[in-house]
Design a protein around this ligand. Structure first.
Ligand code: FAD
Length: 548
């Protein structure tokens, strides 16, 4: 059976096949070889765009305000014998086929992520309303939880033609995807996730309690009630493309991907001498933060860095989260049309906080007198919400993600310093595991993050609210520039907030490829022979337009 992949549904372009094509992903005119292209941000979108442009003979110039990797950040514990905390992305669905293309190219290995109710977790504890359920396998789930899962499947099938949609995505049947998905967009753009389940007959039968339990356990990764205000279309995208399934953890940390791409000297490079890498083109370090973006003469883009150096570029790819274009960077208003600014300003970012501690060993594998694990992957309605246990081997320090939260749950941590966070988290866990003392296992210093308090991000990742489809379409479509006035061409937006799947690194990679296609066109280049790019296929595949 063909696998489910993140193929559409909004723009069903086969990025994985495009990347694997032997002719390459595009052609830059020879006269343009060596031309400098500004890339703002060295997250995975910026690094992928830069890497591909370099391979095509152009000269990417990467500016970064913080550090290579962006929200792919694997923070090592000090003296932690290789233990690290995945502060941003930490679990990757194999349906992210473009991301996995680069994992493979860079020799990055994965293993199953210990999500709730998975074999990798070993066991799961769900604690809701003060009641604790120990689940060694899915069939141990109490009846109410099983009913909720069935209600969700029924709601998807009755309300969203789900089985047919998933099959169309699996078969890459563009006609069928368009038929089903465009209809869902028209029907549900204004519906929230909560509204969708509250109106579903299958959930109405279970009463409010059913929605409460669902918000706790959800599907796949659990803890979905903080997503309840978001557009149901966001959730349908996730579940229909397998984004929440079969998650993998990157052995050694996902930050290796952008770092290896940065250091790698590709064989199939043109114009540049063998051995050229992004690192060698930059003398080992990206350029500093960008403070200003403006139009220069002859439709070039003028970039000013934090030390007031100004340089003009033939094109620029902006990969930082779009709020930063008004909040942190002095970006000339004339570069984008007002509708696009509106879409940027209306972007809705999720907050997210994570706190990790290193422990002496994976002590949670020990058994109680009843044969249960002394501690399990834990979902709770208490402050911690999700606790994940990362086992690095029996004799190595393990890593406890004491708490991973979103939105309101993340805001509860925002004002608190690290030690207070850890103290409260241990307190919550003690209510769930009264016979377990976690603290004696803790070694080294905890690591914590609140993405919304970091001025280089201002939020964790985007999630559209009801009514935001048109805004997302404006952002995503911007790389197709032939109808734009000349003074607005040559600047491209990329990154997961430009994609239809914000919060997934796949969206960062695929929008980077769109920006590469746009940049090539802008310089007079084109797609590679027999390998149509996203601009060639735009008229056939473009996301459905809703009337204004
Ligand atoms: C808490 C959390 C959990 C996540 N979980 C997952 C997951 O499990 N699976 C998954 O696939 N994805 C996950 N994601 C999403 C994933 O991390 C992102 O999709 C991806 O890392 C985004 O890459 P990007 O290049 O688009 O943006 P970024 O990584 O944000 O890169 C943009 C870069 O721009 C830089 N920048 C900002 N301002 C400037 C400036 N003025 N000048 C120069 N540079 C600037 C920033 O420092 C940053 O490095 C998660 C993200 C977070 C935050």
């Amino acid at each position: 059976m063909k696998p489910i992949t993140m193929f559409g549904p909004d723009f069903p372009f086969a990025y994985d096949e495009f990347l694997a094509h032997p002719a390459g992903i595009g052609v830059a005119p020879e006269s343009m070889h060596g031309t400098e292209i500004a890339i703002i941000g060295a997250g995975i979108a910026g690094i992928v765009a830069a890497y591909e442009l370099m391979k095509l003979g152009l000269k990417p110039v990467i500016f970064e305000s913080d550090r290579i990797g962006g929200r792919l950040r694997s923070e090592p514990f000090k003296d932690g014998a290789g233990a690290f905390a995945e502060l941003g992305a930490m679990r990757f669905p194999p349906s992210s086929t473009s991301l996995f293309h680069y994992f493979k190219q860079m020799g990055i290995q994965t293993r199953p992520f210990p999500n709730p109710l998975t074999e990798a977790a070993g066991s799961t504890v769900i604690e809701l309303n003060g009641k604790r359920h120990y689940v060694a396998q899915k069939s141990d789930l109490p009846a109410m939880f099983q009913q909720v899962e069935q209600a969700w499947q029924s709601a998807l099938d009755e309300g969203a033609d789900f089985t047919a949609l998933v099959e169309a995505i699996r078969q890459r049947d563009v006609g069928a995807i368009k038929l089903i998905w465009n209809n869902l967009v028209r029907n549900y753009d204004e519906e929230s996730f909560y509204g969708f389940i509250a109106n579903a007959g299958s959930f109405q039968k279970l009463g409010f309690r059913g929605r409460e339990v669902f918000g706790q356990v959800g599907f796949g990764t659990g803890g979905w009630d903080t997503d309840f205000p978001n557009s149901i279309l966001e959730i349908l995208r996730v579940v229909a493309t397998g984004a929440d399934d079969d998650h993998q953890l990157v052995i050694g940390g996902v930050e290796q991907l952008p770092r290896r791409l940065w250091a790698h000297a590709p064989e199939d490079i043109i114009y540049w001498p063998r051995g050229t890498s992004l690192a060698s083109l930059h003398g080992g370090v990206p350029r500093p933060a960008v403070t200003r973006i403006a139009q220069a003469d002859e439709n070039r883009i003028a970039i000013t860095d934090r030390f007031d150096n100004v340089k003009n570029f033939a094109a620029a790819i902006v990969t930082c989260q779009v709020w930063l274009l008004s909040a942190r960077i002095d970006c000339s208003e004339a570069l984008f049309d007002h509708d696009l600014w509106m879409a940027m300003e209306r972007s809705h970012y999720m907050q997210s906080s994570k706190t990790f501690v290193m422990v002496d060993r994976p002590f949670w594998r020990d058994r109680t007198e009843h044969g249960e694990h002394v501690m399990s992957m834990t979902l709770t309605d208490r402050l911690t919400r999700g606790t994940y246990l990362i086992d690095n081997g029996p004799d190595k320090p393990g890593v406890l993600c004491l708490s991973y939260t979103w939105n309101d749950d993340a805001l509860k941590w925002l004002a608190l310093p690290m030690d207070e966070r850890v103290r409260l988290m241990l307190h919550s866990l003690r209510q769930i595991y009264p016979n377990l003392d976690i603290a004696p296992h803790m070694i080294g210093s905890p690591i914590t993050v609140s993405w919304e308090s970091d001025p280089n991000f201002m939020g964790a990742f985007k999630a559209n609210l009801p009514g935001h489809y048109r805004y997302q379409r404006r952002l995503f479509s911007h790389f197709v520039q032939h109808d734009l006035p000349a003074h607005q061409r040559g600047i491209f937006l990329a990154g997961d907030d430009i994609s239809w799947t914000a919060g997934w690194a796949e969206g960062a990679v695929t929008t980077a490829l769109n920006a590469v296609a746009g940049t090539l066109r802008h310089l007079g280049g084109h797609s590679a022979p027999d390998n149509p790019d996203p601009i060639d296929l735009w008229p056939a595949l473009m996301p459905v337009e809703l009337p204004d």
